[in-house]
Design a protein around this ligand. Sequence first.
Ligand SMILES: Cc1cc2nc3c(=O)[nH]c(=O)nc-3n(C[C@H](O)[C@H](O)[C@H](O)COP(=O)(O)OP(=O)(O)OC[C@H]3O[C@@H](n4cnc5c(N)ncnc54)[C@H](O)[C@@H]3O)c2cc1C
Length: 441
Amino acid sequence: MTRPGKRLAVVGGGMLGMRVAERAAAAGRSVTLFESAPDLGGLASVWRLGDITWDKHYHVILPSDVRTLGLLDELGLRDLLLWRSVPAGCAADGAVHPATTPAQVLRLPFLGPVAKGRLGVTALRAAALRDPLSVEDVPVLDWLRRWSGDQATERFWEPLLRSKLGANVEAASATFIATTLKRLLGARRHGGGTGDGFGFVTGGYATVLGALATVMQARGVEVRLGEQVRSVRATHPGHDGTLTVETASGSHPQFDQVVVTAASPIAARLCPDLTEAERLRCTAVTYQGIVCLSLLLPRPLTDNYITYLTEPAPFTAVIDMSALVGREQLGGHGLVYLPRYVRSDDPVLGSPEAELLDQFLPALERIYPTFHRDDVLASGLSRVRLVLPVPTLGYSRRLPPVVTSVPGLYLASSALITDGTLNVNETLSVADGVLPRVLAA
Ligand SMILES: Cc1cc2nc3c(=O)[nH]c(=O)nc-3n(C[C@H](O)[C@H](O)[C@H](O)COP(=O)(O)OP(=O)(O)OC[C@H]3O[C@@H](n4cnc5c(N)ncnc54)[C@H](O)[C@@H]3O)c2cc1C
């Protein structure tokens, strides 16, 4: 049973914090949401690039994203959801090869027939795994060698994994590849043989965030943007009672409950009353960061939404959003993302945009000879240090706490995702996990 009137603070205005705030307010809590950025959305936020507004990071929806689809229903946005089937490519040996249908994958030039057959076996094996956690004690490269053999692992899987996980690939469990393949194969099945079946909302995440913000406002959530939280402490340590939220602007409001949705190491820093064991669980999570360059172009670069790279490049993949959403969504332009996943302490996270453009654009010219760097109409660089919690061996047994030893303090973040990839659907599932505990207290 909920107790209306309790004051709840939510730290973080990404999809998780927004969802928790909106649901808790619907249940009668008096909610204040603190977001350090000037806008809502976190990793799903949007920005202006030249004369268009679109997502800072590329986002698609899958038919299996039942929670995301449910949210779109609640927000009255289902009619704005469009589904498309879009091909994929694979850059190798100086060319981009089609890599959508099984026949195309079998024609990829850099693997022998046995290795290609074993790729298929691996995909089927991953799809058949009912519980991705059943392989969380197996190192991902061992699991891939077992099912794909040495050649396919070394020439195909390992370059792909290293481009996403870097040196952390050695620490990652097979759960990572099992959840990733399950999601990709789901999209491919939905694509009906002509590509990956992906959905997007007209206007991109700006539409979703705008609608969610409107609902939060209607429910009376107080949203404090540009308000960085410095600490969350028990007002009277050692006693049940309120929690004080100290902000960078010098305010010290008190709340009955606080849900911190920032990445686990940040949560550990913000909450000094956590026990040493709780803090260690938060700081032990290994994160990958990202630098992601967005390029606004006069036209789409390619027909492929995603082009996988199996050769060394300064970025992880090429994502052509215009191939999926169409130029009409993008002011007649093309929109390409060049993400590079890195360790969270990689110095590249501090590199200026001009330096990254100098590295990335010549590599893009080599992959797509029709592209020239002078084509770029506008560019933007996003850098985020703590993005992707790496599922290391036995990860689900060492999760950060949700309910903490500090009365009224809850932690919820993507570090709690154990059997899925990082995506909004899983994020909403984390919200669904923490809400009953908050509302029952
Ligand atoms: C490159 C990329 C591609 C992706 N593609 C997809 C996709 O195709 N489909 C999909 O479904 N999902 C995708 N995702 C994942 C999706 O974006 C995330 O699942 C989701 O946005 C996570 O939301 P969150 O609220 O948990 O975290 P975040 O978005 O990180 O939100 C945390 C918020 O807390 C704020 N914060 C931190 N510290 C403080 C503080 N001290 N005080 C106040 N505020 C603070 C931050 O500013 C941030 O806004 C992608 C993500 C990336 C990076």
